[in-house]
Design a binder for this molecule. Structure first.
Ligand code: ARG
Length: 572
């Protein structure tokens, strides 16, 4: 296993700080230098420590330098400003490290020393409703988190928490009985179910009898009436087929798909336990949990049983939590949903803590996808855009580009390129945003071959591969060292070593955009290198190591995009 450069340096600086401070746990704060003229990495730790010890920061920094043993990695560290330490990697260390990474299947990404079990709850669409554009974010972000965690050696349980239970089924049952269009159901079952739901919903707003009928249907379903249950199972099965087709297109996999209904039998005992433990109390006939001593939630009690005895979303989530803890003993559970569910998860986590749950619980939330008019994206007629149609359009648009650019590709190859580029563009547009903000959806931007887009990165990969094809150069025999004497080579080499660091940054607060930014910087550094450093025309020795740099860049791009759930194509 190769120790990533930033970790090597951090360990050394931490040891030196420990000696100077007289305690072991000072954060070494090793980061890439903001200004590459000052060095490759810097540490700002001396300033904080000086403040703590009431000493002069430069003196502390000097003391750290005097204690520090990094001569095998760096040139002598330099001191700058009020007490920054700057490090410039030794050329031979950089070259040797690149050689080691080139030989490593994991491209320098170490397996964690502290493997954790993490449940990632994502996608989680609702049965009998088409997956819409909002679900793409949960699906794509959740899948990426699962991939990144696994890449570091953690155990991930990818859990699709389907919304397959709830009051809507009463209305769907009524709609189905009254208004079913059999042909429409056969052609597009989920679309028809949605129509039936809407129709019955509208009707029950106007008409008391319909509302009553829907309530009764729901009661029958909940009581296990065979006819109602059989219909509900059909709804679930047809929905699952539609979801599966989308997951297959997107290359998204789950380890478990347990819907809300799975936890239904546990709801009673969960509620009872909450009452017994004194967490839940009666309020106007309903059962509630109050957070009186929590300023943030004091005004937002959480309802866990309605007056009519019905359980709620939160009740199901508590039962789900209990099941997951018992089943997998996770260290952490991550919920990927949109930002509008923040209150729900704050409440859930607060209850869990009082319930004695020790696992780390995290809500990874994201903003809304906006149309060009800066409002939540909709179709022309004002409906939410269906995910399947969005995927079709992405492929269709990418197909146009593939045809225009590649007259010599066969129809089949063009279709394959269109799929990889179209879906890649769509995923990347989502992942490259700071997930908490809203973003404006733009086909032109996401499919552009320039800028921070998937097609740009995929094209960078293709370009490198074509160097090997056109130049007739074969993959190199993996030299032990890749010297980087030219500035553009050095910039590229340093970035290639930062792949594990970028992955950790992305995992730190579950922000895939950190990895996107890294890949974009890498592709840009490659362009700089390729403009300034001839590869195929260079003298044999130099050509050899430059080809190895090309090969390593292609490998990191491919692996990095793979962590985002994005494929590469050999031609484009
Ligand atoms: N089905 C919900 C929705 O579409 C998301 C469920 C998220 N997961 C959870 N455990 N609450 O909004």
């Amino acid at each position: 296993m190769i120790e990533p450069v930033h970790e090597c340096l951090a360990t050394r600086v931490r040891d030196a700080l420990a000696q100077v401070a007289g305690r072991p746990d000072v954060d070494p704060q090793v980061r890439p230098c903001a200004n590459p003229d000052h060095g490759d990495y810097q540490s700002n730790a001396a300033m904080g420590l000086a403040k703590e010890l009431r000493r002069n920061p430069r003196e502390i920094a000097q003391a750290v330098v005097d204690t520090l043993e990094v001569s095998d990695l760096c040139q002598p560290p330099t001191l700058a400003g009020p007490g920054f330490l700057n490090f410039r990697l030794r050329d031979d260390f950089l070259a040797g490290q690149l050689g080691a990474v080139l030989k490593d299947d994991r491209l320098g990404v170490p397996t964690t020393q502290h493997p954790r079990t993490v449940v990632v709850d994502y996608s989680s669409p609702n049965v009998a409703k088409p997956m819409h554009v909002g679900h793409i974010r949960s699906t794509v972000i959740g899948d990426c988190l699962a991939r990144m965690l696994r890449a570091r050696g953690h155990t991930v349980i990818a859990d699709n928490h389907l919304g397959d239970w709830g009051t809507q089924f009463g209305k769907i049952l009524v709609g189905y009985r009254r208004y079913l269009d059999q042909a429409a159901f056969e052609a597009d079952p989920v679309g028809e179910l949605e129509r039936l739901y809407k129709r019955a919903h509208e009707e029950s707003e106007r008409d008391e009898a319909t509302l009553t009928e829907a309530r009764e249907a729901l009661v029958r379903l909940q009581a296990g009436d065979p006819e109602a249950v059989a219909l509900w199972e059909t709804f679930r099965a047809v929905s699952q087929q539609v979801f599966d087709r989308i997951y297959q297109r997107l290359g998204v996999h789950f380890d478990v798909t347990l819907g809300e209904s799975f936890y239904n039998p546990q709801l009673g005992s969960v509620v009872q336990e909450l009452v017994d433990k004194g967490l839940a109390e009666e309020s106007e006939g309903a059962l509630c949990i109050f957070f009186r001593d929590d300023p943030e939630l004091a005004d937002s009690p959480c309802l866990i049983r309605k007056r009519d005895g019905a359980a709620l979303y939160a009740t199901t989530d508590l039962a789900t939590l209990q099941y997951r803890l018992a089943q997998w003993h996770p260290c952490e559970i991550v919920y990927v949903t949109d930002a509008r569910q923040q209150l729900h998860f704050k409440q859930l986590f607060a209850i869990a803590r009082r319930w004695g749950v020790e696992a780390e619980l995290r809500h990874v939330y994201f903003g809304t996808i906006l149309g060009e008019d800066n409002r939540p994206i909709k179709t022309r007629s004002g409906e939410p855009i269906k995910l399947s149609e969005l995927l079709d359009e992405a492929e269709a648009r990418a197909y146009e580009v593939a045809c225009a650019k590649n007259a010599d590709l066969s129809e089949e190859e063009r279709r394959a390129v269109a799929r990889i580029v179209g879906l890649g563009a769509l995923k990347y547009a989502d992942l490259s945003q700071n997930r908490v903000s809203d973003y404006v959806f733009s086909w032109d931007k996401m499919l552009s071959m320039t800028g921070n887009t998937a097609p740009y990165l995929q094209y960078s990969y293709v370009r490198i591969r074509s160097i090997f094809r056109k130049g007739g150069a074969s993959e190199t025999d993996l030299p032990a060292a890749l010297p980087c004497p030219e500035p553009a080579e050095r910039t590229l080499g340093l970035l290639l070593l930062r792949f594990p660091e970028a992955l950790d940054q992305a995992l730190d607060d579950y922000r895939p955009n950190m990895l996107c930014n890294y890949l974009y910087d890498l592709a840009a550094a490659f362009t700089g290198f390729y403009e300034q450093c001839p590869v195929l025309q260079a003298a044999p020795e130099v050509r050899h190591s430059r080809l190895a740099l090309c090969q390593l860049t292609a490998a990191v791009l491919k692996q990095g995009l793979g962590l985002l759930g994005i494929e590469v194509s050999e031609r484009m």
